[in-house]
Ligand binder design. Structure first.
Ligand SMILES: [Zn+2]
Ligand SMILES: [Zn+2]
Length: 461
C-alpha cells in the first residue's frame, strides 16, 4: 500500500452475524464515491470473521489475529478463568499483516461489532498482544446501533435481572443457547456460512462426547457464563468494563456512532422519510421487541446499574418535578416521565438510544451530538459537503441520529434503499476527510514528531 492509498475499512459484524460480503451487498459502489471523485483508488473493505456468539474478549482476540495472522491466543489468564483452551484457530496469512500505527485501519462495527472494536483498542493499549502495538493502529471507529452500554432486551430474552449470567428456563435465550450447542456439535459438517469459532471450547462431535453434549443442552457452561455475548450486553458487565476504563477515547482515533430509533419509540420525531413495504416486512419482529424495551421495568435490576443513578441525578437537576423517586434507598426510574422515556427507552428494536451513543455518560467522555437537521440519511448535498471541508476532530465521539430506522435498516442486509446509499456515501466522505487531514498533518510536520501518548480526554472530569 502506498501512502496515498485509502486506508482499508475492516467490517465487524454483530451477534449471530457472520455472512460477510454475501449479504452486505454493493455498498462499495457508494462508499467509494468520495475516493473516485478525488481521483484516488477504491478503498479496500475487509470482512473479519469473529465468533457470532462469543464474548467481546474472545471476539477481539479473533479479530486481532485474523488481521495480523498467527494462532488466536485468548490469553493464559482469561482462558484459565473461563474454562476454555488458550489457543484457537491458526491464520497462516493475516488479512492485513502490515497493520501498525503507520499503516492503520478504519473499523466499522454493527451492533456487538462496535463494542468488539472498543475491546480490541483497550486490549491493544494494555499490551495484551505485546508492547509493540499501539492504539493509534485504529484510525477510526465507526459504529451502527452498537450496544456500548448494554440493552434491557437481554433480560427480556432470558438473562436473570438479579443473577446474571444465569438464564431463565423456557426463555428465548434458553432455547437459543440449546440451538447454538446443536450447531457447535455439528459444526464439522455444517456449511461455513455460520462459523461459530468454537475450536477453543471443544464442543464439536470430534472433541466432545454425546453425554457431554446432552449435559450442555441441559445447562450450558458457555451461554450461562461471563464469557459469552449475552452477559456482555448486561448492564452489570458494562459497569465492570467502564470501571477499567474500557471505552475511553484516544487522542488520535476518530469516533463516530450512528444511532437508530423507531418512530413509535422516539416521541419528538420530525422525519419525513417513510419505510418501503420490504423494510416494514423485515422490521415487524423488531416492532415487538421495541415494545418490550419500552416497557421494561428498570426497578427489577440488581445491582442498580451506574447509568440509572447518573440519569436519576441528572433528572432531578433538570426538572425538580420529583417524577423519579427513591424507594428503600434504591432508585425507581419506571415512573420517570418523558425525560427517561427519551434517554433510556427510545430504541431501534434491539438497543436503547442512550446505549448506542458511546461508552460512558456524556459528562464522562468527549462527544458532540448532531441535530436531526443534520441527518446524514438525507444524502450529501453540495451544501452539506462543507461538513467535510475541514478536517474532523480526533478523540471525540461524533454522534448521529438515524430516525425512523431499526437495528438492521442500514446494515448488514443490502436492500439498495436511499438510506443505505446515503449512509455509505456519507461514510466514504467522512473516512476520506480523516485521511486528508492526516496527510496534511504529515506534510506540515515532515520533521519527526514523537508518538502521541494516550489521552484519557477529560475522563472523570
Ligand atoms: Zn473466552
Ligand atoms: Zn454524548
Amino acid at each position: 500500500m502506498t501512502s496515498t492509498d485509502p486506508v482499508p475499512l475492516v467490517i465487524v459484524e454483530g451477534f449471530l452475524s457472520s455472512a460477510g460480503a454475501l449479504i452486505w451487498g454493493n455498498f462499495e459502489h457508494h462508499s467509494n464515491y468520495a475516493c473516485q471523485t478525488n481521483g484516488e483508488r477504491d478503498r479496500r473493505s475487509i470482512f473479519a470473521s469473529v465468533g457470532p456468539v462469543s464474548s467481546l474478549h474472545d471476539r477481539a482476540c479473533e479479530l486481532f489475529f485474523s488481521l495480523v495472522g498467527g494462532i488466536v491466543d485468548y490469553g493464559a489468564k482469561h482462558s484459565h478463568e473461563n474454562g476454555h483452551a488458550r489457543y484457537g484457530r491458526t491464520y497462516t496469512e493475516g488479512l492485513y499483516p502490515e497493520w501498525s500505527s503507520e499503516c492503520p485501519l478504519h473499523f466499522l462495527g454493527h451492533s456487538m461489532g462496535g463494542p468488539t472494536v472498543i475491546k480490541l483498542q483497550w486490549l491493544i493499549t494494555n499490551g495484551f498482544f505485546g508492547k509493540q502495538y499501539h492504539p493509534d493502529m485504529i484510525l477510526s471507529i465507526n459504529t451502527v446501533s452498537a450496544p456500548f452500554r448494554g440493552t434491557q432486551l437481554v433480560y427480556t430474552l432470558g438473562e436473570d435481572t438479579r443473577d446474571a449470567p444465569s438464564v431463565r428456563w423456557f426463555s428465548v435465550g434458553n432455547f437459543l443457547a440449546k440451538g447454538i450447542h446443536v450447531a457447535s456439535y455439528l459444526s464439522p459438517v455444517l456449511p461455513h456460512l455460520f462459523d461459530l469459532h468454537v475450536e477453543a471450547r471443544g464442543l464439536s462431535f470430534y472433541d466432545s462426547s454425546f453425554a457431554s453434549f446432552l449435559k450442555q443442552l441441559w445447562r450450558s457452561d458457555w451461554a450461562e457464563s461471563r464469557d459469552a455475548t449475552p452477559f456482555d450486553t448486561t448492564f452489570i458487565a458494562v459497569d465492570e468494563r467502564e470501571a477499567t476504563q474500557e471505552g475511553v477515547v484516544y487522542a488520535n482515533t476518530f469516533y463516530r456512532s450512528y444511532c437508530a430509533t423507531l418512530n413509535h419509540t422516539y416521541p419528538h420525531s420530525a422525519t419525513t422519510r417513510t419505510l418501503t413495504w420490504l423494510q416494514r416486512m423485515l422490521g415487524w419482529p423488531l416492532h415487538a421487541t421495541s415494545l418490550a424495551i419500552l416497557s421494561f421495568r428498570f426497578s427489577t435490576l440488581r445491582p442498580v446499574p451506574a447509568f440509572l443513578e447518573s440519569t436519576f441525578s441528572t433528572k432531578l437537576e433538570s426538572t425538580h418535578d420529583g417524577d423519579a423517586r427513591l424507594e428503600d434507598g434504591l432508585i425507581d426510574v419506571d415512573d420517570g416521565g418523558a425525560y427517561l422515556l427519551n434517554a433510556l427507552r427510545a430504541n431501534d428494536g434491539v438497543v436503547p438510544l442512550f446505549s448506542q451513543w458511546h461508552p460512558y455518560d456524556c459528562k464522562n467522555t468527549r462527544c458532540v451530538h448532531f441535530s436531526h437537521a443534520e441527518s446524514i440519511l438525507d444524502g450529501v448535498t453540495d451544501s452539506e459537503k462543507s461538513r467535510y471541508d475541514e478536517s474532523p476532530e480526533a478523540g471525540i465521539w461524533h454522534v448521529h441520529h438515524l430516525e425512523n430506522a431499526h437495528h438492521f435498516s442500514i446494515v448488514p442486509v443490502w436492500l439498495g434503499t436511499q438510506s443505505q446509499k446515503a449512509f455509505w456515501m456519507d461514510l466514504g466522505h467522512w473516512l476520506r476527510s480523516i485521511e486528508d487531514g492526516r496527510r496534511r498533518l504529515k506534510d506540515r510536520s515532515s520533521t519527526a514528531t514523537p508518538a502521541p501518548t494516550v489521552t484519557l480526554a477529560d475522563f472523570g472530569s
